[in-house]
Design a protein around this ligand. Structure first.
Ligand code: DQA
Length: 145
């Protein structure tokens, strides 16, 4: 059976393409999902997508992935820098975790330089624009083979 990967996007990422396009680009989250689906078919992965502006929804999604998914690609948005609860949920997930940021967080404000999620992530991608999700899936295909 093809490994299933859960892609999770956190707060404000529903506005991708409209929100600060000079930082996050012109592609929408639907564009990202479409490109990821096409690549996943090539790589032999099954995908699930989830976006929420709420910390609890993201945590519930991570819990559900415990039963169904071999890996999680997560862009926690601003929760990256604040959420011990999302870190704890990821620590209760046994599969692979890749943290993905559209912008290069290290080139930005100092409060974006620390990530709770990085304490759990098997890999981190930042600054590759929306292409980062595809790079994360390519790595997931190797990690979950
Ligand atoms: C982000 C970076 C975060 O600092 C920010 O709060 C976001 C998006 C990124 O994809 O570059 O919402 O995770």
């Amino acid at each position: 059976m093809a490994p299933r990967i859960q892609i999770i996007n956190g707060p404000n990422l529903n506005l991708l393409g409209k929100r600060q396009p000079e930082i996050y680009g012109a592609e929408t989250l639907d564009d990202v999902a479409r490109d990821c689906e096409a690549l996943a078919a090539e790589l032999g992965l099954e995908l699930s997508f989830y976006q929420s502006n709420h910390e609890g929804g993201i945590i519930d999604c991570i819990h559900a992935a415990r039963e169904t998914c071999a890996g999680i690609v997560i862009n926690p948005g601003a929760y990256t820098h604040t959420s011990v609860a999302i870190l704890d949920a990821l620590n209760a997930f046994d599969g692979k975790v890749i943290e993905c940021h559209i912008s290069n967080v290290h080139k930005r404000e100092s409060f974006r330089h620390h990530s709770y999620v990085s304490l759990r992530a098997d890999g981190v991608i930042a600054g590759f624009g929306t292409q980062g999700y595809q790079l994360a899936l390519r790595r997931m295909a190797v990690l979950t083979a």
